[in-house]
Design a binder for this molecule. Sequence first.
Ligand SMILES: NC(=O)c1ccc[n+]([C@@H]2O[C@H](COP(=O)([O-])OP(=O)(O)OC[C@H]3O[C@@H](n4cnc5c(N)ncnc54)[C@H](O)[C@@H]3O)[C@@H](O)[C@H]2O)c1
Length: 372
Amino acid sequence: MIIGVPKEIREGETRVAATPESVKKLIKKGLQVHLESGAGDAASFYEKDYIAAGAQIVNAGHALGADIVLKVNKPSPQEILQFKKGALLISFLEPYNKDGTFEKLAEVGVSAMAMELVPRTSRAQSMDALSSQAGVAGYRAVLEAAARYPRFFPMMMTSAGSSKVCRLAVLGAGVAGLQAIATARKLGAVVEAYDVRKEVREQIQSMGAKNIDLDIGEEGAGAGGYAKELSAEAKQRQQDALSERLKKFDVIISTANIPGRKSPILITEEVVKGMRPGSVIVDLAAANGGNCPLTEANKVVVKYGVCIVGTTNFPAQTPGDSSHFYAQNLVNMVSLLWVSKQSGEFVLDLNLGDDIILAALAVHQGALCHQR
Ligand SMILES: NC(=O)c1ccc[n+]([C@@H]2O[C@H](COP(=O)([O-])OP(=O)(O)OC[C@H]3O[C@@H](n4cnc5c(N)ncnc54)[C@H](O)[C@@H]3O)[C@@H](O)[C@H]2O)c1
């Protein structure tokens, strides 16, 4: 069984779906790996190391025409045409963007697993690529804020006077938010955080941040460790309550998100107007509309003297470790599918009785599995 790893073609993408280390693990399982020439270059993983790990270097067509194709980003229509009938694709597939990708995959007769649909359960943790990449994004967002903030994060005492400590707010304390709290604390900021799910209060405190308490008259916890959408009244109460509180912060990292929904607005234009000039907002939810209406996806803009960063692919700025984590998520996913039969022979088994496979399988043998 051949695993193909093509070079990512999306603009700005630097990650790769296999590293020399993950190739070694796949080959140990009896699989062959065909990697497109140069696929790991942008993440500083070079061909000689892939070859030493046992991979064969091939062209794009060969990598895309393999039995199992591992990718970071959803394939383009041109890439889809190069898949072979009966193949399996495992990749981020943006399942909530109804742009016809699933239908095109079904037309060419492939099966496809969307890494976004892996459930957030203990058993699936080692395959949870959204979390592995969100952790990188939370870390990187704080570095970006620190680089753009015209002052120090920690209080500094010098012979020429002292600087004030940076007050930083994190909105949404899921995977990215908790990592942002940890990173901002290490850099010396004083951190407060808010999440609509009351159950994360203790986690916020354990990372060394103070909770921002709001009474919005509604519980925000939904299923599977995610938030649920609030009523229109609760949304308004939340914006009003946050409005005065947020203006005192120098930096805001916002990560509030509900899968499949437009991001909630937490930082209104009024808040931005009231922030000190030189303040920074890094809106990690930019790809989904943003937590601030002034955010522009993939741009850095200055509004009312406040710098608003709408980068949508922070993991690509730390491609070595992002790829390392993602490739390991994929090895774990392949291991779940590559099972030994009684004869001792290994086969690819898309067992729909397995809750992880059932949840992540978006296209099965040319048919759409779920209406999303
Ligand atoms: N920009 C990037 O490079 C990049 C990279 C990876 C992830 N992301 C994005 O970062 C965001 C966070 O990802 P994650 O994996 O940490 O998600 P997550 O689901 O773990 O965390 C999101 C948090 O937002 C909270 N939330 C939802 N609605 C809220 C509201 N109205 N008020 C306050 N809190 C609210 C949720 O309770 C949850 O804790 C997502 O939007 C994701 O798409 C961005």
